[in-house]
Design a protein around this ligand. Structure first.
Ligand code: C6P
Length: 420
């Protein structure tokens, strides 16, 4: 597996990436659906898994399956080594400073809930404020609403413009002496907008406010460096990064994590327990109560190895080329409107069509073997902002091709035909 044509650079990222070779690493892509070769364009919902990730899962269960941090026997030590090696790989992948800052969680949703229930409960009092943006996924809205309800705190929403760009001045104007946290999506799942995350953090920090970034749609598509971003928390899901479901990462700066109370109580998160008192374990174990998703962590480590070998910069360049190509194709369809046209965009093509419900678009595309997502994308307030109930969304990964996008455009012509 390399997928990178290093011998003859053409300067065209679409040509410099050997996508045919890369696709061979993803067995699921080699099938027909409804009589057509599968075109998988639902990568923002979940991405497909390379053989190396599947092998890592099978390898773990075939050779090493055992509980971690508990046994002196060989299998347990092997499982623990692999589990902790994966943590180190993930730490390097996002350039965190220390393995202690990498907390295994179930996914983005659990990572945000963890921060809300620990940092939030500890630091947010009546009348305090939390700032999010219009573009949030429900998982970066509801946990804060729950906390605000409990505490009598206030949730403020930074607006966006019609292209889907965050209005930085209006965001800054929302910050007051009562603002205790900013929690924002790094890349919008419904629009593809990439927020100026570094600037968002700088502005918040200038007011002494910590920042959580929801990186669910960012980590698989561009190099993320948490130290460069200087964010205080960063969360993402393994399954959108070519890894297994049920595993994700909460990154937090060590001093913040140290000061936070634990999330759940149970085994593993303790140093000692008596009926009178429990002493908590050190980081990261303080936040990892119970038997963790060992196979998932190891699988995520293998996914990180895979994308590292391809190179995040090359992945980003290739996907940008694809996005440009797809945007151009869809823009030619007069009855179609792209929702989300920010200057800085990740590989998401959300669109609506005159008089045709997105679900009908999705159904007809499925009959052509094309998988997209339709609906509100768990971002209902964002749909309200655009005055629409739903969009059809094609979302890209590095194993997609220009031909996939040609097939999408052709199938959209078919949708128009059916409804004319
Ligand atoms: N978005 C989509 O189709 P979980 O479910 O915990 O792995 O990820 C939640 C989540 C949080 N933030 C953003 C920006 C997301 O995109 C998602 C998941 C999927 O867009 C499923 S709703």
């Amino acid at each position: 597996m390399t997928g990178i044509n290093t011998s003859s650079h053409t300067g065209d990222p679409l040509l410099d990436f050997d996508v045919a070779k890369v696709k061979e690493d993803f067995p699921i892509l080699n099938q027909t659906v409804n009589g057509h070769p599968l075109v998988y364009l639902d990568n923002a919902a979940t991405s497909q898994k390379p053989q190396s990730v599947i092998d890592a899962l099978v390898g773990y269960y075939s050779s090493d399956n055992s509980n971690v941090h508990r046994g002196v026997h060989t299998l347990s030590q092997r499982a623990t080594d692999h589990y902790e090696e994966a943590r180190s790989k993930i730490r390097r992948f996002i350039n965190a400073d220390d393995d202690r800052e990498i907390i295994y969680v179930r996914g983005t949703t659990e990572g945000i809930n963890l921060v809300a229930q620990t940092y939030g409960r500890e630091n947010i009092q009546e009348g305090d404020e939390i700032i999010i943006s219009t573009m949030e996924h429900h998982s970066n809205i509801v946990p804060w609403q729950m906390l605000c309800q409990e505490r009598g705190a206030i949730l403020k929403v930074a607006p966006i413009d019609d292209s889907g760009e965050l209005l930085l001045d209006e965001y800054e104007a929302l910050i007051t002496s009562r603002t205790k946290l900013v929690s924002m999506v790094h890349v919008s799942n419904a629009l593809g907008s990439i927020i100026p995350a570094k600037r968002v953090v700088e502005i918040a920090h200038a007011h002494g406010v910590p920042v959580l970034l929801d990186g669910a749609q960012a980590v698989a598509h561009a190099k993320v460096d948490v130290q460069d971003l200087d964010c205080d928390f960063y969360v993402f899901s393994g399954h959108k990064l070519y890894g297994p479901t049920g595993i994700g990462i909460l990154y937090g700066k060590a001093d913040l994590l140290e000061a936070m109370p634990p999330y759940q109580g149970g085994g593993e998160m303790i140093r000692s327990v008596t009926f009178e008192k429990t002493l908590y374990n050190v980081l990261p174990h303080k936040f990892e109560a119970g038997t963790p998703n060992i196979a998932g962590s190891i699988g995520l480590g293998a996914a990180v190895d895979y994308v590292d070998a391809l190179g995040m910069e090359r992945i980003g360049a290739y996907e940008s080329g694809l996005l440009e190509y797809g945007t151009e194709l869809l823009s030619r369809i007069s009855s179609l409107k792209i929702i989300g046209t920010a200057q800085e965009k990740s590989g998401i093509l959300s669109f609506v069509m005159d008089g045709i419900h997105p679900h009908d678009i999705g159904t007809i595309l499925d009959a052509e073997g094309i998988a997209i997502r339709t609906g509100h994308h768990c971002a209902q307030p964002l749909m309200d902002r655009f005055g629409i109930p739903a969009t059809a969304r094609a979302s890209l990964a590095f194993y997609n091709t220009k031909e996939d996008l040609d097939a999408l455009a052709k199938a959209i012509d078919r949708v128009i035909e059916v409804f004319s």
